[in-house]
Ligand binder design. Structure first.
Ligand code: UGA
Length: 437
């Protein structure tokens, strides 16, 4: 059991803090945003993440998880300091690590005893070395800290589960002492199996980018296969299923859709491409993944136009699902943004519905109509586009929808609606890479 401070109470920091306290450690989640800390102390959770409120409450009530806006004091009390601040995309494509650097500086000013400085945020390969020399240059005693790269592999929507039952934990460090301390934090994980990999710092940083890029590549790959299936009369679900049965490929992340979004894949691929360019080893596969994803988002708009016979001018389209995937209110890089832009650019009228992301989307599109129920959104619409695979869209009452719409068009970009039913209700529909029924 360790005393840990997590700096940054965003998505990664909160889940990490809650998860580490659930493992039995004493954790302080610290943030300079006092307002946020006050809210957390009064039980308000700033993000929507299944199961997070429950473990925060339990560990907070047991005093294993505290929230503080006094970052320096929190550092002084801890043996392990975890950097979990944001690394937004910079102008060049490279991740902007100025927040990380400023936290490293704060840590260097508060090294009252030996500490493990650990980075959870996704940072460009080489950042660990930079942080190490930044702190070394500030202090006289090299034995006062060790550096660890401990990248996160949390999916929004299942982050708590991913933290508590991870496929693997990466501990990148040159120090045996720091490695042992980190293993102690994750001790409950290796009672039954040991998912811990000890690597160098650069290797740990690379594992994160390589994993995300590969998953994005898989998605872009199956999307392009789906597009080809459409032209050649093959069915992408059967193709993906059979591909996935090959253990060398696996069936995960082979689901075709409207293009990947979120705060991670788009940003991390740009960063990896930039890093590769900088090292004169331009990664064609990463570049192609990015291009294929942009094309896929544009293709969704073209599909809709096609269903409408070429023009959606003055015609109303209900956009169902705004989040970049189900179980999150996050709309960053969501394909729904491109879809709405496409509809508006072609003169169409948008009525939008998402179970949790209406507010977020209204910061981008203020002037479209948002509804609190999907049936209200489809009322009077000539077409419906499903952009997010929310469960409530899987069981749409097609009879009811048809009777409320003024047209009969459905574009199912997540392949979640049964095609036979769509046909039997007389819809003119399209989806991604399926043989139409
Ligand atoms: C991703 C990774 O899955 C995490 O392991 C990683 O830690 C995280 O990024 C991060 O770097 O922090 P996340 O962005 O939350 O997690 O979302 P994913 O579940 O990976 O989905 C990303 C996008 O791909 C979504 O738009 C989703 O709809 C799309 N997707 C996913 C598909 O189109 N098809 C699939 O088969 C899977």
């Amino acid at each position: 059991m360790k005393n840990i401070t997590i700096i940054g109470t965003g998505y990664v920091g909160l889940v990490t803090g809650a998860g580490m306290s659930e493992f039995g450690n004493n954790v302080i989640c610290a943030d300079i945003d006092k307002n946020k800390i006050d809210k957390l102390n009064s039980g308000e959770i700033p993000i929507y993440e299944p199961g997070l409120d429950e473990i925060i409450k339990r560990n907070h009530d047991d005093n294993r998880l505290l929230f503080s806006s006094n970052v320096q004091d929190a550092i002084l009390q801890s043996e392990v300091v975890v950097i979990a601040v944001g690394t937004p995309q910079g102008v060049s494509g490279m991740a902007d690590i100025s927040f990380v650097n400023s936290v490293a500086e704060t840590i260097s000013n508060n090294l009252n005893s030996y500490k493990v400085v650990c980075t959870k945020s996704t940072v460009p390969i080489g950042t660990g070395k930079e942080i190490t020399s930044l702190i070394r240059n500030k202090i006289n005693d090299n034995n006062l800290f060790d550096y660890v790269s401990n990248p996160e592999f949390l999916r929004e929507g299942s982050a708590v589960k991913d933290f508590l039952w991870p496929d693997r934990v990466i501990i990148g460090t040159d120090s045996q002492k720091a490695y042992k301390i980190m293993c102690d934090i994750y001790r409950p994980l290796y009672i039954n199996k040991n998912p811990i990999n000890h690597t160098s710092i650069e290797t740990a940083e690379m594992i994160k980018y390589a994993s995300n890029s590969f998953l994005a590549l898989k998605i872009s790959y199956i999307n392009e296969i789906a597009n080809l299936c459409e032209v050649l009369g093959a069915d992408v679900h059967d193709v993906a299923k059979a591909m996935g049965q090959d253990g060398r490929i696996s069936d995960k992340f082979l689901h075709p859709g409207p293009g990947y979004g979120g705060s991670c894949f788009p940003k991390d691929l740009e960063a990896l491409l930039f890093i590769s360019k900088n090292n004169n080893l331009y990664m064609e596969t990463v570049n192609a993944t990015i291009t294929a994803n942009k094309n896929q988002k544009e293709r969704m708009v073209q599909k809709l136009l096609h269903l409408f016979g070429g023009s959606i001018n003055n015609r109303k389209v209900a956009v169902l699902g705004l989040a970049f995937k189900a179980n999150t209110d996050d709309i960053r890089e969501s394909s729904a943004i491109d879809m709405i832009r496409g509809i508006l650019d072609h003169g169409g009228i948008v009525s939008a519905y998402d179970p949790v992301a209406n507010n977020a989307m209204s910061t981008i599109y203020k002037d479209i109509e948002y509804y609190n129920s999907l049936y209200d959104a489809v009322k009077g619409a000539e077409g419906v586009v499903i952009m997010t695979e929310w469960n409530e869209f899987r069981s749409l009452d097609l009879h009811k929808i048809k009777s409320m719409m003024s047209g009969n068009i459905i574009l199912d970009t997540r392949n979640i609606i049964d095609m036979e039913e769509l046909s039997s209700f007389g819809f003119s529909y399209d989806n991604i890479g399926r043989i139409k029924k």
